[in-house]
Design a protein around this ligand. Structure first.
Ligand SMILES: [Cu+2]
Length: 125
């Protein structure tokens, strides 16, 4: 499935590359960590700028071509489990841009009712 590890990071963070204003989609990298000491599922991902947020992983198909595949919710996480989001690997896909807010926020909704908001850092190329 994903690339998981249990390395502790005090500041799990998300980042993206700036995209042209006309671009309707973007990918977000970094990491998402289960902030709870218990098993929990991510039930939804949302953004203040894009209509849809999906978790994608990369797979090699029969022809040897790398393709993105959507991972369906709910996404189960073990206590403190970390999902690494990397270029060429698992990533968040933001689809259908709705506005040009200055800040890009990702909202993670967990199965225990808790909601986590993370600001996405824009890295320059
Ligand atoms: Cu994707």
């Amino acid at each position: 499935m994903f690339v998981f590890c249990h390395k502790t990071n005090l500041n799990p963070s998300l980042w993206t590359f700036p995209v042209p204003d006309v671009a309707k989609t973007t990918a977000v990298y970094g990491m998402i960590q289960n902030p709870f000491g218990k098993e929990v599922s991510i039930v939804s991902l949302e953004s203040n700028q894009y209509k849809t947020v999906e978790l994608h992983k990369m797979e090699i198909d029969k022809e040897g071509i790398k393709r993105m595949r959507k991972i369906d919710f709910p996404i189960l996480l073990q206590p403190n489990e970390l999902i690494h989001l990397e270029r060429g690997g698992t990533h968040l896909m933001l689809l259908d841009k709705q506005n040009r807010n200055e800040k890009l926020i990702i909202t993670i909704q967990y199965s225990n009712g808790k909601i986590e908001k993370q600001e996405v850092e824009k890295k320059s190329l």
